[in-house]
Design a protein around this ligand. Structure first.
Ligand code: GLN
Length: 237
């Protein structure tokens, strides 16, 4: 049996646990650094990254999370979780927030706008179709969603999405970074993998399609971490 550990207090955690349960995996919430020692892999869910950072700081979780990533254990960040994993975040207030880092990319924190600009869209994900079967298309749920503007050489792009035609980059956005976007200057990246790290700008747990969860479980098995236990999500008291 697998376990999930969580350190975030949001609906995303609950639905993530449910998605894993559908695949026969038990999820457990992580709130304290010492809990990470007994966990083989981790899901950092969506929510609000500033609040999550404050909670992680309060619980002194950042050093343990960074160590977890460095050890090569599988970590999946969705939405705010992706922001947590990025080496660099733009589109934030001055001063920014602490990040776990490890994922060689620049993320724009609110690239697709505010809550009312949330949307659903069909994404082409060839990797998902080839490893998990089913269609190449995955329906992404984007809520106040971030986007990845550029990636380093070790990062594999799994899905991209067209930049909305009315998109005006704000002063914090790195236009240069967007021009370096390896996919196309008219597209941003919304799903990536870098060795043990998986990141999605959207919320797979909010759909009935469990293929991203299944993909992550396989990553955990590949790295030898998933055989007897554990997956994680992040939250707070
Ligand atoms: N853009 C949000 C943030 O900055 C993340 C939104 C989400 O996780 N749905 O935290």
């Amino acid at each position: 049996m697998h376990a999930i550990y969580v350190f975030a207090d949001c609906l995303c955690v609950c639905v993530c646990v449910v998605a894993l349960r559908r695949l026969g995996v038990k999820g457990v919430e992580i709130r304290k650094p010492e809990q990470l020692e007994s966990v083989a892999s981790l899901i950092i869910p969506g929510g609000e990254s500033t609040t999550m950072a404050k909670l992680a700081e309060y619980h002194n979780l950042f050093p343990a999370l960074r160590e977890f990533v460095k050890m090569g254990k599988p970590v999946w960040g969705t939405c705010a979780g992706l922001i947590f994993l990025a080496n660099k975040a733009t589109g934030q207030k001055i001063g920014g927030q602490e990040l776990v880092g490890g994922l060689d990319c620049t993320v724009h924190r609110n690239f697709f706008g505010s809550q009312i600009q949330s949307f659903e869209a069909e994404l082409a994900v060839p990797e998902l179709a080839s490893t998990e079967g089913g269609p190449e298309v995955f329906r992404g749920v984007f809520i106040r969603a971030p986007a990845i503007l550029d990636v380093g050489p070790e990062v594999e792009v799994l899905a991209d999405y067209p930049v909305p035609s009315n998109k005006v980059l704000d002063s914090n956005s790195t236009v240069e970074a967007q021009e370096e976007n390896p996919v196309s200057e008219n597209k941003v990246i919304v799903a990536v993998r870098q060795k043990n790290l998986l990141a999605t700008a959207f919320h797979p747990e909010l759909t009935a399609d469990t293929r991203w969860h299944s993909y992550f479980l396989k990553m955990s098995t590949e790295t030898g971490e998933g055989a007897s236990s554990s997956i994680v999500a992040v939250g707070a008291d």
